[in-house]
Design a binder for this molecule. Structure first.
Ligand code: FAD
Length: 407
């Protein structure tokens, strides 16, 4: 297997990490990383946070310095688009006609921003946020006193709202659901973020759908809502979710169900093809269903699974999924997934900006949402993974340490 030629399609967080891990785990054969963006693998989280606020430079975005790829003999083909996979010939065909042979292929094509299905969504001044280029374009319009409308009250939308407020921008967030973070967080957390943003000057329209974006001189000038309201604006950010870039896999006949279907080793039904990161639908050891997760920890975990499987190492220990988000001075950390929950325990006082919500099934923690509470996050994550029962009374009492709760 040592001459195993590995081709990785997608030079993002998952693809870049897989290349590095393969070398770390002793793979000596050729590794080629194909990325359609003009950059080396970089991290996306700062694009809505520190980088957008001008607090982090370009070097802070890079996953690894450029010398790393040279010293590790990882060939990075930037600005190269993989157009097709030939599973019989075991080749990847690039859009410039070049053909790359592989013994093992890793698909790490990520996801793209979902666009808004409304007239005017293609006007100048309507932005998405997925890539460094998107962030650069948006940043140029985050000017003090300008009016930004954020469509979508999910994590990306709220992070941009927080960054924009820090820059003195007037921000309105429009969310179709009756509460923020409706798909991804419990009600207590939604309410907390609503209040926190509201106190910092963000205006919200909940339960409002955008029916059109009105232009003036070819630029977005107002957002029209389904109940008729017209909100004037200078810039619009559409943050309404992401769609997996699964077309390559689907055209190659690999099973896709809102994500390329993989197993616990990140392998597709073709033993020579793996898929990792945002593009996958994957099982999780703790749950009896499959998920498409969009997070850095998930991208890293699956990169590890694939690299272990390819290099013949034992698989990584079963993981508890987790995620983070930074807004203002708040660090939110979430572990686990809140399924089959019968009640919730709040530890700490939300009005203090430091608290945790534990989602419970009986005396077992299913998920924890921790705001500025790293001990609760760490403790909760360990307890979820271990599946150990806990006393709800102790959990609810911040005077009792998480160590004692777990004892
Ligand atoms: P990506 O990083 O999207 O990389 C995929 C790459 O493949 C892209 O460069 C894409 O252009 C390329 N590609 C696609 N098709 C082809 C092709 N045919 N040929 C060649 N190249 C191709 N996660 C967190 O855990 N915490 C956060 O706080 C957080 N904040 C975020 C903020 C923003 C603004 C965004 C956009 C995401 C954030 N995420 C966060 C999510 C996290 O960045 C993603 O989960 C992670 O980037 C997934 O890595 P990936 O490699 O699967 O996909």
């Amino acid at each position: 297997m040592s001459r195993n030629r590995i081709v990785i399609v997608g030079a993002g967080h998952a693809g870049g990490s897989a290349a590095a891990l393969l070398r770390q785990y002793g793979h000596v054969g050729p590794i080629t990383l194909i990325g359609d963006e003009p950059y080396l693998p970089y991290q996306r989280p700062p694009l809505s946070k520190a980088w957008l606020k001008g607090e982090a430079g370009e070097e802070a975005l890079q996953l690894r310095p450029s010398e790393f790829y040279d010293t590790q003999s990882i060939v990075v083909r930037r600005g190269a688009v993989a157009a097709a996979i030939d599973r019989i010939a075991k080749t990847v065909v690039l859009s410039d006609g070049d053909t790359l042979p592989y013994d093992t292929l890793i698909l790490a094509t990520g996801a793209r921003a979902r666009s808004l299905p409304a007239p005017g969504a293609d006007l100048e001044g309507v932005h998405a946020l997925r890539t460094a280029d998107d962030a650069e374009a948006l940043k140029a319009h985050l000017i003090a006193g300008h009016r930004l409308i954020v469509v979508g009250g999910g994590y990306v939308g709220l992070e941009v709202a927080a960054s924009a407020r820090a820059l003195g921008v007037e921000v309105t967030v429009i969310e179709r659901e009756p509460r923020l973070l409706a798909r991804v967080a419990g009600e207590a957390l939604s309410g907390f973020f609503h209040a926190y943003h509201g106190a910092r000057g963000v205006r919200f329209v909940l339960g409002g759908a955008v029916t059109a974006i009105e232009g003036a001189d070819g630029r977005a000038a107002a957002v029209i809502l389904d109940h008729g309201e017209r909100l004037p604006c200078d810039t619009v950010l559409v943050g309404v979710g992401a769609i997996p870039n699964q077309e390559l896999a689907a055209q190659a006949g690999l099973a896709c169900q809102d994500g390329v279907v993989v197993n616990l080793a990140a392998r597709t039904e073709d033993p020579a093809i793996y898929a990792i990161g945002d593009v996958t639908r994957r099982p999780l050891p703790l749950y009896d269903r499959s998920f498409r997760l969009e997070s850095v920890p998930n991208a890293l975990e699956q990169a590890k699974q694939a690299a272990c499987d390819i290099t013949g190492r034992p698989p990584p220990a079963p993981e508890t999924p987790w995620f983070w988000s930074d807004q203002y001075d708040l660090k939110l950390q979430i572990a686990g997934l809140p399924f089959d929950v019968d009640h919730r325990v709040v530890r700490g006082d939300p009005s203090s900006g430091q608290f945790a919500v534990f989602h419970m099934k009986g005396d077992r923690i299913q998920a924890v949402e921790a705001v500025n509470s790293p001990a609760e996050f760490m403790g909760g994550r360990l307890l979820i993974g271990a599946g150990r029962p806990v006393s709800r009374e102790k959990l609810a009492d911040p005077a009792i340490s998480m160590k004692e709760v777990a004892a």
